[in-house]
Design a protein around this ligand. Structure first.
Ligand code: IVH
Length: 676
């Protein structure tokens, strides 16, 4: 390659990187601040980004670890390395009442032997703690809190967070420092994420904190980038600190481009601290992210040193935890929902009431035991709490407002949907409607489960279409899906030609879904994703699975008596067996694919392999084979790569890189020989 071209490319890569980071900072950090900048259009931004992506593809050796292209993600981390923290990641002592807080203030006074001190009060962000190291202005490593002594290296995932600078471009910063903060998921992103999950039948995330921590541990950084995480920074560690106060270090970090937020406040008296707490106790519900308290820190770094640490916490700081908001409201009535497996859940319908910033109308009552425990009566006033979870909880009854003759609720005996007698299985808290072949919500629920992303993953067949097709009497159970005809579908108003083509192609494609997922899709009560996997790998095919006795079933890891009984009940149900036969005839996978049955070896243990190009089988199959034989996969070629498995059309740059590093390049055939 001509070195003139390389030099020009290098200069342009540097120029594009700087430009993109500046636009990124202007867009994500300055928007909403008092500094007004005119942002460039999305189109102009994408044009610059695409130019950079192309240059990096052409000259992979010039790609910088801090390139703005890292924000898009794409790297895969199979397992996160454990890293020891240079400074232990301590937690804070907690206070819950003003008395606790006054006692903390007294301890500070005693420890400092003066009442000349200031506090900095900050929001206590409810997310995942992170420590990020920089060297010469370049982001080096981001590590989670872990057990406080060591955490997980999540650098690639953290690089996708747009408000975390990859490369500092402003101000004078120390050569080396670590900055600590909290990664969180803003409410808006959380709501969108759950709406998308609901649409495909995935379980909902309980709260933004869980969503943030789950996202940070995803293996594919491109997916993390989609999660649109954010981060507030709140503490700086430098070997030789130039800052006399915590506030100064926050201001410095802000000037280098970190998102510090302007919520913090310097307080000179404990009464100022209390006023700050009182303000945020109600104002927190207007914030676009969750906080669970206030952090109170001594401002002077010298005084922090004097006070020091206990084994677990700094003595110079504490947190004040907000109480989850509890509000009383009237119970209007109790309704009952029937789930896909026939489980009947009582739901409290409430006089609408504002709790923790959102209106609550319903709360789950779980099961009849829970109702009995609460001794719930008609027209009771109940206390509702939203403790960070999305489903509000009923915490108790205000007995002082109960009418003397208030009648208790009696749990229903018949299914509210089909009228059949409910059954309570010995040892279980739930009541069930056993009429699974007739009861509408169970039939629809089973079909919705069947087509879900982790099950048959049928494109174009979501909850709404199933409702419509059920109403139109085209679907009575999930086996009918494989007998749907284009003419029938086209006769329905909302199904155009394109929708129908897409739907039928999705149905056809689902016939290749592996056995373990088909087993999960069947919706056998108590057989979840993991159990289905275990069963498929134990029995290998439907014939053996169906023939298994209760004793044989309980030999499978994770399968206890409850699951085994439920499986036998499924195979003894004639209507279900007719449906199952039709699925077998439709050509679904009822045996494990031979590929997944290859003997697992350790022949590739300790080896790192990069897979590139097109093969005679799917690339994922090659990757699976490598892992099944103990090999480690990597997305990019480096000195650590043991083999590059090259298929057809492998990129010339990759080939060159492998050659220049002296990495062995092997074919698909050679890989098979290695693990044979
Ligand atoms: S300061 C030595 N400031 O709360 C300094 N922590 O239990 C310790 N947190 O693990 C942390 N907001 O994850 C600090 N403004 C804030 C914070 C904050 C949230 C979290 C952090 C920490 C936990 C302490």
């Amino acid at each position: 390659m001509n070195s003139i071209y390389i030099t020009a490319a290098q200069a342009r890569i540097a120029e594009l990187s700087t430009l993109l980071e500046i636009h990124n900072y202007n867009y994500y950090q300055l928007s909403g601040s008092t500094i007004s900048v005119v942002p460039i259009s999305d189109y102009a931004f994408d044009t610059l980004l695409n130019e950079l992506i192309q240059l990096e593809q052409q000259y992979p050796q010039l790609q910088l670890p801090t390139s703005p292209t890292q924000r898009v993600g794409g790297s895969i981390t199979k397992s996160f390395n454990t890293v020891k923290h240079q400074y232990p990641m301590l937690s804070l002592s907690n206070t819950y009442t003003i008395e606790d807080l006054l006692a903390f203030d007294e301890r500070i006074k005693k420890g400092l032997l003066t009442d000349e001190y200031e506090y900095v009060c900050e929001l206590k962000y409810d997310g995942v703690a992170i420590g990020i190291k920089y060297k010469n202005g370049v982001l080096q490593q981001a590590v989670t809190r872990g057990d406080g002594t060591q955490g997980d290296d999540v650098t690639n995932n953290v690089k996708t967070i747009k408000t975390i600078p990859l490369h500092l471009t402003q101000g004078t910063y120390p050569n080396e420092f670590e900055i600590r903060g909290e990664i969180f998921m803003p409410h808006q992103v959380f709501t969108q994420l759950n709406a998308a999950r609901e649409a495909i039948g995935d379980a909902l995330m309980a709260n933004p904190r869980n969503a943030a921590s789950g996202s940070l541990k995803m293996q594919d950084s491109a997916q993390v980038a989609q999660r649109k995480l954010d981060c507030f920074l709140y503490f700086l560690y430098t070997p030789d600190s130039n800052y006399a106060t915590h506030e100064q270090s926050l201001q410095a970090a802000n000037s280098w481009g970190f998102k510090v937020g302007n919520y913090y406040k310097k307080c000179t008296t404990i009464n100022d601290v209390i006023a700050y707490i009182n303000h945020w106790d109600s104002a927190r519900f207007n914030l676009p992210f969750d906080i669970d308290g206030i952090v109170i820190k001594i401002n002077s770094v010298a005084q922090q040193k004097t006070l020091g640490f206990t084994s677990k916490n700094p003595r110079w700081a504490t947190s004040y935890k907000f109480k989850p908001q509890q509000v009383a409201t009237q119970l209007l009535n109790v309704s009952y929902q029937v789930g896909r497996t026939g489980n009947v859940t009582p739901v409290a319908n409430l006089e609408p009431v504002l709790v923790s910033g959102s209106t609550v109308r319903r709360a789950t009552l779980h099961n009849s035991d829970f109702m009995t425990e609460l001794d719930l009566r008609f027209n009771d006033y109940v206390y509702v709490e939203k403790g960070g979870e999305i489903i509000p909880k009923i915490m108790g009854v205000d007995l002082s407002r109960r009418a003397t003759d208030a009648k208790p609720f009696i749990f229903i005996h018949r299914c509210p949907e089909c009228g059949s007698t409910l059954v309570r299985v010995e040892g279980e808290a739930n009541h069930y409607c056993m009429n699974e072949d007739i009861c509408a919500p169970q039939i629809k629920g089973k079909m919705i489960h069947f087509v879900g992303r982790k099950m048959m993953n049928i494109d174009g067949l979501g909850e709404e279409s199933i409702e419509t097709l059920f109403e139109q009497k085209l679907l009575h159970n999930y086996a009918d899906i494989y007998e749907l005809k284009a003419e029938q579908l086209l006769a329905i108003e909302r199904f155009g030609q394109k929708t129908v083509d897409n739907l039928l192609a999705g149905i056809e494609a689902s016939k290749q879904v592996p056995f373990e997922r088909v087993l999960f899709a069947l919706g056998i009560r108590h057989v979840g994703e993991n159990t289905a996997k275990k069963l498929a790998h134990y029995f290998h095919n439907l014939i053996k699975f169906k023939a298994a006795t209760l004793e044989e079933l309980t030999q499978v890891g994770e399968v206890g008596d409850k699951i085994a009984v439920s499986i036998r009940a499924y195979f003894n149900n004639e209507a279900q067996q007719t449906i199952l036969k039709r699925l077998v005839n439709a050509g679904l996978q009822f045996a494990l694919h031979e590929d997944t049955l290859v003997t697992k070896t350790n022949k590739l243990a300790g080896k790192t392999l990069v897979v590139s190009g097109v093969f005679t089988v799917e690339r994922d199959t090659i990757k699976q084979l490598i892992e099944q034989n103990g090999g480690k996969l990597s997305g990019s070629i480096s000195g650590k790569t043991s083999y590059v498995v090259a298929g057809d059309n492998m990129g010339p740059e990759k080939l060159k890189k492998a050659e220049s590093l002296g990495v062995a390049i092997i074919s698909e055939q050679q890989l098979m020989e290695l693990i044979a």
